[in-house]
Structures are given as structure tokens and as C-alpha cells.
Design a protein around this ligand. Structure first.
Ligand SMILES: *[C@@H]1O[C@H](CO)[C@@H](O)[C@H](O)[C@H]1NC(C)=O
Ligand SMILES: *[C@@H]1O[C@H](CO)[C@@H](O)[C@H](O)[C@H]1NC(C)=O
Ligand SMILES: *[C@@H]1O[C@H](CO)[C@@H](O)[C@H](O)[C@H]1NC(C)=O
Ligand SMILES: *[C@@H]1O[C@H](CO)[C@@H](O)[C@H](O)[C@H]1NC(C)=O
Ligand SMILES: *[C@@H]1O[C@H](CO)[C@@H](O)[C@H](O)[C@H]1NC(C)=O
Ligand SMILES: *[C@@H]1O[C@H](CO)[C@@H](O)[C@H](O)[C@H]1NC(C)=O
Ligand SMILES: *[C@@H]1O[C@H](CO)[C@@H](O)[C@H](O)[C@H]1NC(C)=O
Ligand SMILES: *[C@@H]1O[C@H](CO)[C@@H](O)[C@H](O)[C@H]1NC(C)=O
Ligand SMILES: *[C@@H]1O[C@H](CO)[C@@H](O)[C@H](O)[C@H]1NC(C)=O
Ligand SMILES: *[C@@H]1O[C@H](CO)[C@@H](O)[C@H](O)[C@H]1NC(C)=O
Length: 881
């Protein structure tokens, strides 16, 4: 039972499906929309923009911090000490183990003189500074080298030398400030080295995730491009195929109407409407006037019968009336108005045609031609299904794009175990960071030492500065001033103790950091050099003359691919397909994939469409009736009937008689009295009575008949009859030719439909091509990784910090070295001195102090006082300067 219901249901569904015919007069649906994909009624498709809002970790710039300018100083020092380009020749020699120092040292030294001098100076310093320090120490202990506290003259200790004292204090202050800055930079760069290592571990290693994210985004984009867009394209294609009746049939119908001459026929029929209206108006007049005659005619008859009696009696009185007025016998004519032709049926028929409209008749005929679109719709059904199936096959081909992209991802990421690599890198960084801690402590230690020295210098300066002035007697200088001198001295001692160590660290860092920056980082900066280095040094195994990157990515395909090209393309946001020259690499052949003609040949398919256009009926019944009506119109007019009844009638004769009678009465005035009543009665009837009415009607009837003849018989060589018959024969001729004409038009138009379908697929494949070549997988993330990790984080930040570190060390040590000399000199202005004579007598000194305080130095009067100094002490008399 249930099965039966099911069957009945299925049957009903089938019936419904087969009965529901497509309306070929509209495009359904008129537009298609699916998300941002849109197709208008011309199947002009607008595809959505490719998704491009993926977020990447390497997209942000690495913040190197405020020390960047200082790193620049280190870089310019490196540039000066290591000028020139990447030494490919030397590198090759080293690589091949052909570098023989014995033979090659001269050109090597020539090329890297600056670098070697810098190292030599460093080494010299390391060796000499302890020795000099030791000597200096000894020298001071022996009271030399600014260590002596005994002076012969006060000016030996800078007494009253205001300018000198100030100059030295200022010089030392500047040097101290520079050394302090250097120490601060040491702290900062030391910190930065650790920071950048931490950052590499915490952030940069993770930036490698971008590679995976990039591939995933490409797959995502591809799936949208291929699946969503093809799905939409497919929908548009189906829409057009399902609307073939409207899209192909309607234009064919219009063409057929034009080309077959049907249009001219329809125009001719339409133009007959004017004629028909004229005829209708005339028939109306005929009918109306006939009615008037029917009413006025008998009354006039009665009047005439009555008048004839009067006329007859007048004739007995005036017998010559009969000869003078020959039309006297008015009753001799019959006036059979009721026998006028009946035009009512014609008039009714014509007004019906007119009422429904003549153009409506042609429209009906045109509508009959809708059989053309409907037949195209009905009879191409199965062939259209074939087209759909074949177009569906193209789906598989287009899927190759997604499959290939997936494959590239799997191949590439499969080879590189990123997670493992990241883990190893992080472990390595952990290890490094663990030991970096000790480096950090060391750095802090060194920085503390230089800071301590600088602070001592500063403290010594402050003590000296505020502990006295140039006019304080060197022997009277305050304890604070004296301590200032001592502090400066201890700073010098400290410097000599640590200088070699700091210089050692500086030299080692420079030896390692400078070439790394110069040959490593600068090469990374300049992609073409990098390319040259990799190629010339044969860092990867390549067949000579071929591009190594090309060979690596597409083995054996001979693709000329350079890293600089790729990186530059990626930097400027080119697509992966273009950047990596995938077309040449034949990874997937876009041109081949987008050539859908391999999967579906629209031309072939559509040329197989066949429709039978036989038995088309363009002659609707009412139209033929109208044409027939017009053809026979003139024949159906009984002109003779009108003539015979109306031409020789009583009314005309009465008028003639009236004129004759009036003439008669003028001629024989004696008769006037007797004939006056007849004359007056007749006159009255003919001008105001039924006679006048009848005369009017008769005139109008003749006018209307003339109007009808104007329409039907003029021009004489193309009467209405001829025109209508012509029209009818034309129609039947066209009708017999219609299947052939339609079939021909169909053949000619079908290519339009074919190009419409092709346009849909062309648009899709062009869109894919354009997007794959320009938008799909913009490899900026790859460039960002290179830029952010290698260039910015490792080179500019980490190597930069290391180079900044030695630069800070070098800077500090340079100023501290300067500080030693200036401290020695400056401390002389701070120390409390003793005169050499003090060794024998204290009292003498007191005296002298007094003199010094009150007298101008270097005057002749003082010479005596100098002479008082015991000879053993006075070494050399002071000369005035
Ligand atoms: C298709 O649509 C686009 C955008 O709406 C328009 O610029 C283009 O002229 C259209 N092409 C045709 C053939 O209608
Ligand atoms: C288009 O998408 C719809 C729904 O997502 C799916 O059912 C249909 O199979 C797809 N058609 C093609 C041709 O991919
Ligand atoms: C005709 O009749 C009138 C009136 O009787 C008369 O005067 C006249 O002479 C007649 N004419 C002729 C030619 O007889
Ligand atoms: C007019 O038509 C009626 C019926 O439609 C018919 O009986 C009549 O004879 C016709 N008259 C003429 C004059 O043809
Ligand atoms: C045709 O004539 C009839 C009367 O005979 C009139 O009613 C009708 O309006 C006319 N049609 C046109 C289009 O003039
Ligand atoms: C087309 O098919 C529909 C039913 O599917 C039918 O109703 C219609 O008459 C057919 N038209 C022609 C011109 O064969
Ligand atoms: C590769 O292309 C570059 C320019 O893009 C050209 O200079 C170089 O000679 C080419 N190399 C080969 C092996 O064709
Ligand atoms: C239509 O014309 C083509 C050639 O143009 C012919 O092969 C085909 O048989 C014709 N079809 C019909 C139904 O006449
Ligand atoms: C066309 O149709 C009309 C009326 O519908 C009919 O009178 C005529 O005979 C038909 N012509 C042909 C060729 O079938
Ligand atoms: C024309 O009309 C007259 C007068 O009514 C009539 O006698 C005659 O038979 C008609 N002719 C035709 C052909 O109807």
C-alpha cells in the first residue's frame, strides 16, 4: 500500500516536473549572487577579492632601541678597518685549503691593513699596559711621574696658574664624562646582548611559524579561489543553459521576424488601421444618413403627392405649364429609400476589428512565434544535460590547483620538521643564554670597574675643585684637595690594573664581531652579493652555469632563479607563483589547467543542438479575417444600388421644378396669384422641411461613397484589394519558408550562445590566472622572516649589540687612557706639596709662606730671599719667564 502511494507520489512529481514548462519570455533568475560573487543578466561575473588578512608574527619591525645610532658608530669603525667587498677570492682559497700564509700574507695584509693594525694596537696595549703600569707605579713610588710631593717653586705645583688649572680640570672633566658615558654604554650594550639573545629565543624562533602559516593561507586562498568561485561559475553556466529559450530563442525569434519579411508584413497590416478607420467613418455616415432618409423620405412622398394635385389643377388653368415646366410630374419618380444597401454588418465587423486594435492582431501573430524559443528550450534538453556533465568534468581539472598547492606544502613542510627545528633552536638558545649569564656578569664586572674608575676620577676632580683654588699655597692646600689628588692617583692605578683585561675583551670581540658584521650581515643586506657568494663559493652543490636556487627547488628543470630575485619579489608583495617562477618550474601548469577546452568543447557540444522548426503557424484567425475583410471590402460595396436609388430622385426633381415654376411666374406675372401657394409650399419644403433633410442626406451619402472609393480604389495601381491579397500571399509564403529561415537563423545565432557560455568560463579562468599570478600567496611573509629574523634580529640587533659592546669598551678605555695623563697633571694642582727645604727646616718654610703670600712672585726683590735658601737645597735659580 505504502509502495503504491510512493508510486503515485513519484508519478505526480514527474507530471509536475514535465508540465512545469520554463517561461521563455524571462531570464530566471535575472542575477546571481553568492557572497561577494555576483553575475548580472549578461553573465558578466564579478568575483570576490582574494582573502588577504592573515596575521603573521614576523610582520612587525624589530625594535633595536635607542642605541641604534651607537651601533652605527661601531659599524662605521668596522667599515673603515675592513674596506672593500666580500673577499670571494680569499674565501675560495680558505674553502679549498689553498691559503698558504707564507705565500699570501703580503696581499692579505694589504687588503686588511686597517683590521690588522687595530688588532696589533690592541695586542700591543694588552702587553704594554701592565708593563707601563708597573713602571709608572715604580716611577711614582720613587717620587717621579707626578708622584713627588716636594717642590722647589710654588709654580711647580701650579700655584696661581689659574688658566692651566682650569684647563686641566675641564679637560679631565670632559674625559671623565666621556668615560662615564662609555661605562654607561658598556652596561647598556652588555644588557642588550642578553636582551637580543632572549628575544631570539622568545620571539624570533617562533617567527618560523610564519612559514607554516603562509602555506596554510595559500591553501585557504586557493580553496576559495577554486571551490567557491568555480561553484559560482558553475551556477552561472547552469543558469544560462537552463534559460536557453530566453537567451537564444528570443533573439532568434526577433531575427526571424526581421529577416523573413514578417516585420514588413506586420507593418503593412498595422498601416491598414488608418484605412480601416476611414472606412469605418464612412460606413457610419452611410448608416446614419440612410436612417435619416428612411424617416424623411415617406413624409416628403406624402407632401409631393399632395402638391401634385395642386400642380395638376394649375395645369388645367395654364396648359402651357407642361411645356414651360417639363419636370412638373413629381410623382413619376419612385424614392425607395428602404432599398438602399445595408451596411450595418460591415460596419459592425469593422468596428470590432478596430476596437480590439489592428496591431493587437499582429501581436497575436508574433506571440505565436514563441513556439520558437519554447521548442529550442524543449528540444535541446538532453544535449544541454550533456554540456553540464562535461563542464562538470572540468571540476576535476581545476582541483589539480588545490592538490598541487597542498602537495607543495606537504613536500616542503614535510622535509623541514619545523617543530623539531624550533625545539632544537630553542634548546640551543637556552644553552647559550645559560652561559650568556656568565658573560653578562663579566660584562657587568668590567663596566663596574670602568664606572668605579670614572667615578673616582669624578670624585677626585670634585674634591680638588672644591678643596682649594689656584691661589692656595701648594703647601697649604686642604686635606680635601690633597685627597682629590690621591683619588685621581688611585684611579690611575686601578686603570693600569684592569686596562689590559678590558682591552683583551675589546680585541677579542672586535676580532670576531667585525668580520661577522662585515662579511655576514652586510652580505645579507645586499642580496646580489649573497647570491654571488653562495654561487661562487659553491655553498650548495650545483651544476655549473645553472642557478643554484632554481636547481634546488626544481631539480633538472633549468629554472633561472636567484635568491635576490625571489626576495625582492617577495618584498614587493608578488605572488608565490610569480616569485618562485612556478610556471617555468612546471609545478603546475597554469595555462594548461586554465585551458578548459580540453575538458569541454562548447563549440562541438552546441553545434549538436538540433531543433525542428516545422509547422510554425504565424497566421492567427482574426488576422486573416481582417485581411480577407479588407480584400473584399470594395467588392462588397453596392455603388450601383446607391446610384440607382439616389441619382434620379424626387428631391432633385422637385428642386428643378421649383426653379422652372419660379421662372414661369416671372415670365407671366398674371399667373403669380394663382401659382404662389404652390411655389411657396414647395419652397418651404425644400429649404426647411423634409426635402431639405433628404437632400442633405443624399449629398452626404455620395460624399461618403467618394471617401470610400478614395480609400479602396486609389492609387488605382495599388488598390486595397490588391494590397490585401498581396499581404495574404506574402504571409503564406513566409509561413512555408519559416522552418528553413528559422533553422538558418538558429545555426547563425548559436555561436552567440556559445560565446556567452565561453565567456563565463573565460572569466573564471582569467580570474584564476590573474589571481594566481598576482595575488595568491603573496610571499611577503617569507621576506619578513628573512628581514626580521636574519637582518633585524640577528644582525642589526644581536651582532650590532656585540659590536656596540666592544665599541663601548674601546671608547671607555680610550678615554680612561687619556685620563691617566691628564690625571697626573691635574693631580699636581690638588696635592698638598712640601718644599724641598722642609726636609731640613720647618721654620724656614713658615717664613717663606709669609713672603709668598704678600709679595708678587718673580720680582727682583725676591731674589734675595731665594738666595737665603741653603745651597744644598737650591738646585737652579729660577729664571723669570
Ligand atoms: C561587467 O561588469 C563590470 C563591473 O560591473 C563592468 O565594468 C563591465 O563593463 C561589465 N562588462 C560587460 C561586458 O558588461
Ligand atoms: C557548490 O556548493 C554547494 C554548497 O556549498 C554544494 O552543494 C555543491 O555541490 C557545489 N557545487 C559544485 C559544482 O562544486
Ligand atoms: C400661356 O398662358 C398665359 C396665361 O394664360 C398666356 O398669357 C400666354 O399668352 C400663353 N402663352 C402662349 C405662348 O400661349
Ligand atoms: C447581416 O448578418 C446577419 C447575421 O449575422 C444576417 O442574418 C444578415 O442576412 C446579414 N445581412 C446582410 C445584408 O448581409
Ligand atoms: C467605428 O464605427 C462605429 C459605429 O459604426 C463607432 O461606434 C466606432 O467608434 C468606430 N470606431 C472607430 C475606431 O472610429
Ligand atoms: C514544451 O514542453 C512543455 C512541457 O514541458 C509543453 O507544455 C510545451 O507545449 C512544449 N512546447 C513546445 C513548443 O513544444
Ligand atoms: C639568470 O637571470 C639573470 C637575470 O635575471 C641573468 O643575469 C643570468 O645570466 C641568468 N642566468 C642564467 C644561467 O641564465
Ligand atoms: C537545419 O540546417 C542544417 C544545416 O544548416 C541542416 O543540417 C539541418 O538538417 C536542418 N534542420 C532542419 C530541421 O531542417
Ligand atoms: C493557423 O491557425 C489558424 C487559426 O488558429 C488556422 O485557421 C490556420 O489554418 C492555421 N494555419 C496552418 C498553416 O496551420
Ligand atoms: C444593389 O442594390 C439594388 C437596389 O437595392 C438591388 O436591386 C441590387 O440587387 C443590388 N445589387 C447587389 C449586387 O446586391
Amino acid at each position: 500500500m505504502a509502495r503504491m502511494y510512493l508510486l503515485v507520489g513519484a508519478w505526480l512529481v514527474l507530471c509536475f516536473v514535465s508540465v512545469s514548462s520554463v517561461d521563455v519570455t524571462i531570464l530566471d533568475p535575472e542575477t546571481l549572487q553568492d557572497g561577494e560573487n555576483f553575475a548580472d543578466k549578461d553573465s558578466n561575473i564579478t568575483y570576490k577579492k582574494i582573502k588577504d588578512d592573515y596575521s603573521y608574527k614576523a610582520a612587525q619591525k624589530v625594535d633595536i632601541g635607542p642605541l641604534e645610532t651607537f651601533y652605527g658608530l661601531a659599524r662605521s669603525i668596522i667599515s673603515t678597518s675592513l674596506p672593500g667587498d666580500f673577499p670571494i677570492d680569499w674565501a675560495l682559497k680558505i674553502k679549498d685549503g689553498k691559503l698558504v700564509i707564507g705565500d699570501d700574507w703580503q696581499p692579505l695584509v694589504k687588503d686588511y691593513l686597517g683590521y690588522i693594525i687595530a688588532i696589533a694596537v690592541g695586542l700591543l696595549f694588552i702587553i704594554l699596559s701592565p708593563i707601563i703600569g708597573f713602571c709608572f707605579c715604580c716611577c711614582r713610588c720613587c717620587g717621579r711621574c707626578g708622584g713627588g710631593r716636594y717642590i722647589k717653586n710654588p709654580d711647580d705645583a701650579g700655584f696661581e696658574k689659574v688658566c692651566a688649572r682650569r684647563a686641566w680640570i675641564i679637560i679631565l672633566t670632559v674625559i671623565t664624562v666621556m668615560a662615564l658615558t662609555g661605562s654607561a654604554l658598556m652596561f647598556a650594550t652588555n644588557e642588550n646582548v642578553s636582551d637580543s639573545l632572549e628575544r631570539i629565543k622568545d620571539q624570533d624562533v617562533d617567527k618560523l611559524d610564519d612559514v607554516t602559516a603562509f602555506f596554510d593561507s595559500v591553501i585557504d586562498q586557493t580553496s576559495v579561489l577554486v571551490h567557491d568561485n568555480f561553484n559560482f561559475t558553475w551556477k552561472v553556466l547552469i543558469r544560462d543553459l537552463d534559460n536557453i529559450g530566453y537567451l537564444l530563442g528570443q533573439p532568434i525569434k526577433d531575427d526571424v521576424i526581421q529577416n523573413s519579411g514578417l516585420q514588413a508584413t506586420y507593418d503593412e497590416i498595422d498601416s491598414m488601421e488608418v484605412d480601416a478607420k476611414k472606412l469605418n467613418d464612412s460606413l457610419k455616415i452611410l448608416n446614419e444618413e440612410k436612417q435619416k432618409l428612411l424617416s424623411a423620405g415617406p413624409k416628403f412622398d406624402t407632401f409631393i403627392d399632395h402638391l401634385q394635385t395642386s400642380i395638376n389643377s394649375a395645369i388645367t388653368s395654364y396648359p402651357n405649364l407642361t411645356s414651360e415646366c417639363p419636370h412638373y410630374n413629381l410623382t413619376s419618380l419612385s424614392f425607395k429609400v428602404d432599398q438602399l444597401p445595408n451596411e450595418v454588418n460591415k460596419s459592425v465587423a469593422l468596428s470590432i476589428f478596430l476596437q480590439s486594435g489592428i496591431s493587437a492582431l499582429t501581436k497575436q501573430s508574433r506571440d505565436d512565434l514563441n513556439a520558437i524559443p519554447e521548442r529550442i528550450q524543449n528540444e535541446t534538453q538532453s544535449k544541454r544535460e550533456d554540456v553540464k556533465n562535461q563542464a562538470g568534468n572540468y571540476t576535476n581539472k581545476i582541483k589539480e590547483i588545490t592538490d598541487n598547492v597542498q602537495k607543495i606544502r606537504d613536500d616542503f613542510l614535510g622535509d623541514l620538521d619545523f617543530n623539531n627545528f624550533k625545539k632544537n633552536a630553542k634548546d640551543l638558545m637556552d644553552f647559550g643564554i645559560k652561559y650568556d649569564k656568565y658573560r653578562w656578569y663579566g660584562g657587568i664586572g668590567l663596566a663596574c670597574v670602568t664606572l668605579l674608575i670614572s667615578l673616582l676620577l669624578g670624585l677626585g676632580l670634585l674634591c680638588g675643585l672644591f678643596g682649594g683654588n689656584a691661589f692656595t699655597d701648594p703647601t697649604e692646600r686642604s686635606a680635601i684637595s690633597n685627597h682629590g689628588g690621591n683619588i685621581l692617583t688611585s684611579a690611575i692605578m686601578l686603570f693600569f690594573i684592569f686596562a689590559w683585561l678590558i682591552m683583551l675583551v675589546t680585541t677579542v670581540l672586535f676580532v670576531a664581531g667585525a668580520p661577522t658584521e662585515k662579511f655576514g650581515c652586510r652580505t645579507l643586506d645586499d642580496l646580489s652579493t649573497l647570491e654571488k657568494v653562495i654561487t661562487d663559493l659553491k655553498l650548495v652543490s650545483i651544476t655549473s652555469g645553472k642557478s643554484w636556487l632554481g636547481e634546488m627547488i626544481y631539480p633538472g628543470k633549468g629554472v633561472n632563479l636567484s635568491i635576490s630575485e625571489v626576495m625582492m619579489a617577495c618584498q614587493s608583495g608578488k605572488s608565490a607563483y610569480t616569485s618562485l617562477k612556478m610556471e617555468e618550474g612546471n609545478i603546475f601548469n597554469l595555462s594548461q589547467i586554465t585551458d578548459y577546452s580540453q575538458s569541454i568543447n562548447f563549440g562541438d557540444q552546441i553545434s549538436q543542438f538540433n531543433v525542428n522548426f516545422g509547422g510554425l503557424n504565424i497566421t492567427s484567425g482574426p488576422m486573416i479575417d481582417f485581411i480577407d475583410f479588407m480584400t473584399t471590402f470594395d467588392d462588397n460595396m453596392n455603388y450601383t444600388g446607391y446610384d440607382s436609388i439616389l441619382n434620379n430622385n424626387k428631391v432633385n426633381q422637385s428642386n428643378t421644378f421649383f426653379k422652372e415654376l419660379s421662372d414661369y411666374m416671372k415670365k407671366y406675372p398674371g399667373t403669380q396669384t394663382n401659382l404662389k401657394s404652390i411655389n411657396d409650399d414647395l419652397n418651404n419644403e425644400l429649404t426647411h422641411g423634409n426635402g431639405s433633410i433628404a437632400k442633405n442626406s443624399i449629398d452626404r451619402i455620395f460624399q461618403a461613397l467618394e471617401a470610400i472609393k478614395d480609400v479602396t480604389q486609389k492609387p488605382t495601381n495599388n488598390t486595397l484589394n490588391a494590397r490585401s491579397s498581396n499581404l495574404k500571399s506574402n504571409l503564406s509564403h513566409i509561413e512555408s519558408q519559416l522552418p528553413k529561415i528559422t533553422n538558418d537563423t538558429f545555426r547563425n545565432s548559436i555561436s552567440n550562445f556559445e560565446s556567452r557560455l565561453k565567456k563565463i568560463f573565460d572569466k573564471f579562468t582569467n580570474d584564476i590566472k590573474q589571481k594566481v599570478e598576482n595575488d595568491l600567496g603573496k610571499c611577503t611573509p617569507l621576506w619578513n622572516i628573512y628581514n626580521s629574523v636574519l637582518k633585524e634580529s640577528i644582525c642589526q640587533s644581536t651582532i650590532g649589540a656585540v659590536n656596540g659592546w666592544w665599541c663601548a669598551l674601546g671608547w671607555t678605555i680610550f678615554f680612561l687612557l687619556l685620563s691617566t695623563c691628564s690625571s697626573v697633571v691635574t693631580s699636581k694642582h690638588f696635592f698638598r706639596m712640601k718644599y724641598i727645604s722642609d726636609q731640613s727646616s720647618n721654620t724656614h718654610e713658615k717664613e717663606k709662606v709669609h713672603h709668598f703670600k704678600n709679595q708678587v712672585f718673580h720680582t727682583d726683590t725676591n731674589t734675595d730671599k731665594w738666595n737665603n735658601i741653603p745651597h744644598g737645597i737650591r738646585l737652579k735659580p729660577k729664571q723669570p719667564m
